[in-house]
Design a protein around this ligand. Sequence first.
Ligand SMILES: NC(=O)c1ccc[n+]([C@@H]2O[C@H](COP(=O)([O-])OP(=O)(O)OC[C@H]3O[C@@H](n4cnc5c(N)ncnc54)[C@H](O)[C@@H]3O)[C@@H](O)[C@H]2O)c1
Length: 357
Amino acid sequence: MNTKIKVGLIGCGRMGRFYLEEMLKSGRWDIAYICDLSPASRELAAQLSPESKITDNEQEIFEDETVQVIGLFALADSRKEQIEKAFRYGKHIISEKPISDTVERERAAVKAAESTRLFSTVNLYLRNSWYHKLIKDFIDQGEIGELAIIRLCHLTPGLAPGEGHEYEGPSFHDCGMHYVDIARWYAGCNFKTWNAQAVRMWNYKDPWWLQCHGTFENGVVFDITQGHVYGQLSKQQTHNSYIDIIGTEGIVRMTHDFKTAVVELHGITQTIREERPFGGKNIDVLCNLFADSIDSGVRHPDLPTFRDAAMASQSAWEFLEDSKNKDLPAIGEEKTLEKILSRRRAMKNGYGLLKQL
Ligand SMILES: NC(=O)c1ccc[n+]([C@@H]2O[C@H](COP(=O)([O-])OP(=O)(O)OC[C@H]3O[C@@H](n4cnc5c(N)ncnc54)[C@H](O)[C@@H]3O)[C@@H](O)[C@H]2O)c1
C-alpha cells in the first residue's frame, strides 16, 4: 500500500528546493507536482525530482483530487489567492511566511484557515528549533525566576535591498518577523508598546537595520535588533546572532554560527551548556509534524498557525511604521549598494543568497 502523502509544490526557488530536498529525503512524501513560473527553476526541479510532474500551471495541481497537500513556496504576492484556492479544492497547506503581502490580505488568509477543518501551517522556523524549545522548557521550570527581559539580535550580511523578495517587505519584515514572532512566543502574550529606531543604509528608500524595544501586555520588556547590513563588503564576512533572556533570578542565552548553536542556561539549581548542530530552517521538523498530523488526523499542537504568522507580520510592519515617524537617517551611498549587489551576484556561498539560476 502506498502510504506516502501526495503533495504539490508551488514555487521552487531557494526555499522550495529546501522543501523538495527534505521531502525527498524523508520518504514520507510523494511529490506529484512542482510548479514554477520560471523556466530555469522548472529545469532545476526536473533534475532534482525526475518523478514529479513539472508545470507552470498551478491549476492542474488544485484540480487533481488525489493531491492532499499543497506547499506554497512562491512569493507573498500570490499566497492569499493560493491559500483560498487550496482550501476550496480541499487541500491541506504548508506555507512559507509571510502568508500574504499586506496585513488585510493576511487577515483574509487567517479567516480562510480558521473556517475549515483542513490543516495549515507556516514556516516560523524558530519555533521548531531545538534551542528555543530547550530554553523555553528551562524558563517554564522556573529556573530563571520570573521572566523579565527578552533580547534578540540578528545581524548578517544577508539579502540586500533590490535583490528579490520585494513583496516580503524590508529586511525587518522579511527576516525580522521571525524574531518578532519568537519574542511573542516567549512572552506568551501580545506586544503592548514599542519604540523603533531605524536607518536607511546606503541611502536605500527603506530601512535595512531596525531596533525596537517596548513591552508586552504582561509587563515583560523586549528589544529586537535586526539588519542585513553587517559587513556586506568585509573581506571575510561574519554575523552576530543571539538571544539573551533575563529573569528575576537567572539568565539563559544562545548564539550560533549557522552550523552549531550553543545554549547556556544559568538557572537557580542548574547550570547547563548545550552545543548541537544548528539545524538550519528546521524544514524536516515542520514537514514531519505535518505528515504526523495528516497520518493521525489530529493537527500537531507544535505546528505554527497562520494566525501566529499574521500577528508577527503585523507587528513587524507596525515597528517599521513607527521608525518612519522618528528621525530616520540615511547613511552611505547608492554606489556602495551597487558594489554589494554585484559582489553578491558573484558569490557562490554567502548569507541568504537566492540560488543563481
Ligand atoms: N521561513 C524562512 O525562514 C524563510 C527564509 C527565506 C525565504 N522565506 C520565504 O519563502 C518564500 C520564497 O522565498 P525564496 O527565497 O525561495 O525566493 P526565490 O525568489 O528564490 O524563489 C521564489 C520562486 O517562486 C517562483 N514564483 C514566483 N511567483 C510564482 C507563482 N505565482 N507561481 C509559481 N511560482 C512562482 C519564482 O519563479 C521562484 O522560482 C518567500 O515568501 C520568503 O519570504 C522564508
